[in-house]
Every structure is written in structure tokens, then in C-alpha cells.
Write a protein that binds this ligand. Structure first.
Ligand code: ADP
Ligand code: MG
Length: 361
């Protein structure tokens, strides 16, 4: 166990036999989730998120590795012996029971006395803004309300950890954003630990304290949303999260975590967080479009990287304007706030070493 973790997976692998051979749905996954954390597993379809969640919930037993919950090893324990609760994508509400009966269900199973059940259900209806809806059937509620019932039911038995598998994916965009905020508020109020599965990077960035990015059953990077966005550690994560300019180059000089890289005959300064590159390495540089400065700002900034370029196209995207700028190192995408954008055809560009991330490959 890792001290203090509420959930700790240690080198966990889950293998499925298929006609084409064995597949590792999860491969050597190590994650530690701290009490009160909003922790997301983010990855595209088939990356192993649900498998990892099922390993935590006890619906799967791993072939390798160990699972700890609240400091206790539970690797081979069934779901009911783990102090976690899973909310599935489909909500899995009982259609023939009322909202109140649905919420009360886990307490009835636990044979909690009637008076306490009534009291806790009432409190729960209030907390989830479902007051007065206790006698309805799930089919008489909107999608967002059904989601709240599912959450209320999950939380009523006061689990240590709530596991949520793409809980908002059945909602349409507008409601999804509303319920997303509610979910975040609820987690902060209750101070429960949430482990949240999503393929939606925006959702993960907005909600999480930390994110584990998954690909092919493996964890690629674990970090805060800001670190994942600003300081990806692999080309995969950099390309998966947000938009960016990618430039191929070769390392000319290396000085700890700073390096000079040759890109199409131009020397560019870049940061290499956490590792020291080697001269001659073939690398990719990543620069986010909003980190490139244009015009007067670029000229007056004491930035390490300065170039000039010609604007090739301008696209308004609401409050942002996106420019494609032809430069000696290639076509760069730059975003600026529409309200203050400089659209002169000839441009100076600049950016800081720290906004130019060196990635292997
Ligand atoms: P995600 O939730 O990220 O979409 P999953 O964890 O569901 O991914 O699946 C990871 C991989 O494991 C996929 O390639 C999937 O097809 C495979 N997989 C999942 N469950 C099974 C199973 N019961 N039998 C065989 N393969 C499975
Ligand atoms: Mg899934």
C-alpha cells in the first residue's frame, strides 16, 4: 500500500483472451488516489478506462498486480467487500420503483431502520434538488434529474470512493455542462473521493484535481490538468490534449532542462521538463497557439525566441481569432483574443523557452 492513498493500484494488469490472442485491457497500471481527490481516467475508446475502474470496483480480478482500498489489500475481494460504489453510464435506475425507493435501495439492502431511511432519503432529495419528486418514476424525470437520482443513490450509503463511468455521456451538451458543475460542487461539499472515467478531455480538464491519461491499457501521464496541458511528457499526450503547433528538429545544445533545437535552419530555445536531452536527438517541439505573441507585444517581450512571418489566413472563432502565419520554421497557428487582435499582414512573433516543450520523437 502507498501510505495515505484511498485507492492504490500497484502494477495491475488485466488480460482477456480473444480469438486473435491475448489482449492487455490494462497493462502495468499504477495509480494512487488521495482522499477527497477528484481523479479522472482520460483516454479514447478502448484505452482501458472501464477495465481499470472495474478492477477498483472488484468486478474484475487482475492477472498481475495488487489493489488497495483504504490501506487494505482487496485484490481478490468481491465488490460488496469494498467500500466503493459505482455509477454506471446507463444510471441503472429501477424503472418500477419511485425516485425515493431508488435512492433508499442500498439502505434497504443494508436493513437500515425505516425512520432513518426516511430521514436520509428526505435529506438526499433536498441536497440533489429533487424535493417533491420522490413519488415519481424515473421515466417522469429529465436526463439530468435521473443522473442526480443515480448519484443520490450512490452516495446514500456513504461510500469512501465513488466510481463514475462516463456518467454524463447520455446527456445533451447544455445539460451536461450544468450537471458537470453540480458534480464538481457536490464532490467539494462532501469531500468524497471520486474516480471519474471520461473520453472528453474538456470535461477532465474542468473537473479533475489530477488526471491519468490512458492509451492502449497503459497510463501515459499522471498530473494536474494544468501540468498535463502545459507540460505533457510525451508526444502522445501533447497531441491528445488541446491544440498545438508541432515542429520537428534536432538538439544542438543541451543545458539541463533547457535546450537549443535546430528547426529548418533556425535555432529555437525549448524546455525539456523532467529530462535532459542529448545533442543530436531527433525531437518534436510543441507550442500552444495562445502562447505565441504577435505584433508589438512580440517585439517588446524579452522572449528567447523571435521570428518574423506573413499572415496567411485569419479565422474568427467567437471570442478568439485564429491566424495562420508563414514563418521560416513553417506555418504556425496563433490564437489571440478577438478584442485585442493584431491582424497586420507582416508580423513579429515571439515566445518563451518555457512555452516551447521538447518531446522525444
Ligand atoms: P475504455 O473504457 O477505455 O473504452 P475498456 O476498458 O472497456 O476501454 O477496454 C479496453 C480493451 O479491452 C478494449 O480493447 C476492449 O475491447 C477490451 N475488452 C474489454 N472488456 C473485454 C472483455 N470482457 N473481453 C475481451 N476484451 C475486452
Ligand atoms: Mg469504457
Amino acid at each position: 500500500m502507498r501510505d495515505g492513498s484511498v485507492v492504490y493500484l500497484e502494477g495491475v494488469s488485466k488480460i482477456y483472451p480473444t480469438a486473435a490472442g491475448e489482449i492487455f485491457a490494462a497493462r502495468d497500471v499504477t495509480i494512487d488516489v488521495q482522499p477527497g481527490e477528484f481523479y479522472s481516467l482520460l483516454g479514447s475508446s478502448g484505452s482501458g478506462k472501464t477495465t481499470t475502474l472495474r478492477l477498483i470496483g472488484g468486478f474484475e480480478i487482475p492477472e498481475y498486480g495488487r489493489v488497495w482500498i483504504g490501506g487494505e489489500e482487496v485484490t481478490e475481494q468481491p465488490p460488496y467487500r469494498r467500500n466503493v460504489h459505482t455509477v454506471f453510464q446507463s444510471y441503472a435506475l429501477f424503472p418500477h420503483l419511485t425516485v425515493a425507493e431508488n435512492i433508499a435501495y442500498p439502505l434497504r439492502i443494508a436493513k437500515t431502520n425505516r425512520a432513518e431511511v426516511a430521514e436520509r432519503v428526505e435529506e438526499s432529495l433536498r441536497m440533489f434538488q429533487l424535493k417533491g419528486m420522490g413519488d415519481r418514476r424515473p421515466s417522469q424525470l429529465s436526463g439530468g434529474q435521473q443522473q442526480r437520482v443515480a448519484l443520490a443513490r450512490a452516495l446514500i450509503s456513504r461510500p469512501k470512493v465513488l466510481l463514475l463511468d462516463e456518467p454524463l455521456s447520455a446527456l445533451d451538451a447544455k445539460i451536461r455542462e450544468e450537471v458537470r458543475q453540480e458534480l464538481r460542487d457536490l464532490q467539494k461539499q462532501t469531500n468524497l473521493t471520486f474516480i471519474y472515467v471520461t473520453h472528453d478531455q474538456e470535461e477532465a480538464l474542468a473537473l479533475s484535481d489530477r488526471i491519468a491519461v490512458m492509451h492502449n491499457g497503459q497510463v501515459q501521464q499522471i498530473d494536474t490538468p494544468k501540468q498535463i496541458y502545459d507540460r505533457p511528457t510525451s508526444l502522445f499526450v501533447a497531441q491528445f490534449i488541446g491544440k498545438a503547433n508541432f515542429l520537428k528538429g534536432t538538439v544542438l545544445e543541451a543545458n539541463g532542462e533547457t535546450a537549443a533545437v535546430e528547426v529548418s535552419g533556425t535555432k529555437i530555445w525549448a524546455a525539456s521538463p523532467g529530462r535532459s536531452p542529448t545533442i543530436g536527438d531527433a525531437v518534436t517541439l510543441m507550442i500552444r497557439p495562445e502562447r505565441l505573441c504577435l505584433g508589438e507585444t512580440a517585439k517588446t517581450a524579452k522572449a528567447d525566441n523571435q521570428l518574423s512571418g506573413k499572415v496567411a489566413s485569419v479565422t474568427y472563432v467567437g471570442q478568439l481569432v485564429e491566424l495562420k502565419v508563414e514563418t521560416p520554421i513553417g506555418l504556425l497557428t496563433v490564437t489571440q483574443l478577438s478584442s485585442t487582435a493584431d491582424l497586420s499582414p507582416e508580423q513579429s512573433l515571439s515566445w518563451n523557452t518555457n512555452d516551447c516543450i521538447l518531446l522525444p520523437g
